[in-house]
Design a protein around this ligand. Structure first.
Ligand code: HPA
Length: 273
């Protein structure tokens, strides 16, 4: 059932009653990128299950906690655990976290995810700063009655991955041992990985990487005017790009390998905001 503006306000109020400051930046941690949460100083941890009207995480590698604290001297709120349509949520419900974070007063959202590379010049362990996306699968999260308090019925998405944040992300990449790219992310709803034919189609359409998240959150942020930076961690070559199957194990293994340098990078980035 679609939430009303008053419902979103109740969720946000629950959090403001428990946290004595307004975080500047919201960070959503993707699959197995949870170790960044350990970088958060003076953490205030709130379970999703305790927040009125919030969604609950069902994926094992997603913790399901909102963590407030300080990183690189900046106040942040971190979603350790995110929501995907493949878990069974309606697309319309996937607006909830970003809208609650917006009501909290954050100035920007940094979205991270694990992705498969369509671009053959990419390698597992690389990072792609998302410049744009393709979403041909599934309805918009903004479908249904428009909540005017957040934004207009029809809205522009031609600059939704904020150029200034992308520029800063690439600038901060200079000190990182990781290899960075800028490219187009294509949303697939999962939970199955894609077929080789779907990946060939994605390449023809202009995708550099594919994944099952991020786009719903980015669209919700665009609707309510919240600047977004989205970072895709390339955990594997997408289906058919190299011989052999795509496995969840490979995704988890690469994510675990790069969690350290990626966390260090994110910390530098947040400090530079
Ligand atoms: N496809 C979709 N989602 C993913 C992939 C992939 O290859 N790797 C990590 N998340």
């Amino acid at each position: 059932m679609a939430l009303t503006y008053a419902d979103f306000c109740r969720s946000a109020q629950y959090l403001t009653d428990r946290v004595p400051y307004t975080p500047d930046t919201a960070i959503i941690l993707g699959s197995c990128l949870g170790p960044f949460a350990e970088e958060i100083e003076n953490p205030i941890v709130i379970d999703y299950g305790d927040i009125p009207h919030f969604l609950r995480s069902t994926v094992e590698s997603h913790a399901g906690k909102l963590i407030f604290g300080t990183v690189g001297g900046k106040k942040v709120v971190c979603m350790s655990g995110r929501f995907h349509s493949y878990e069974g949520y309606d697309f319309e419900d996937l607006v909830i976290p970003i809208r609650v974070l917006k009501l909290l007063g954050v100035q920007r959202a940094i979205l991270t995810n694990a992705s498969g590379a369509v671009n053959t010049a990419y390698h597992p362990g690389d990072i792609m700063v998302i410049s744009d996306h393709i979403k041909l699968n599934g309805p918009s999260p903004l479908r249904g009655p428009n909540v005017e308090e957040f934004g207009p019925r029809f809205f522009d998405v031609s600059q939704m991955y904020t150029p200034e944040l992308r520029e800063l992300a690439l600038e901060c990449a200079k000190g990182s041992p990781l290899t960075f790219h800028e490219g187009v992310y294509m949303f697939f709803p999962g939970p199955q990985f894609e077929t080789p034919a779907e990946i060939r189609a994605a390449r023809i359409l202009g995708a550099d990487a594919v994944g099952m998240s991020t786009v719903t959150e980015a669209l919700t942020a665009a609707h309510c005017g919240l600047p977004v930076l989205a970072l895709a961690v390339i955990t594997n070559m997408a289906a058919g790009v190299k011989p052999g199957p795509v496995t969840g194990e490979e995704v988890d293994d690469t994510a675990a390998l790069i969690a350290g340098p990626f966390s260090a990078y994110l910390k530098r980035l947040v400090a530079a905001l």
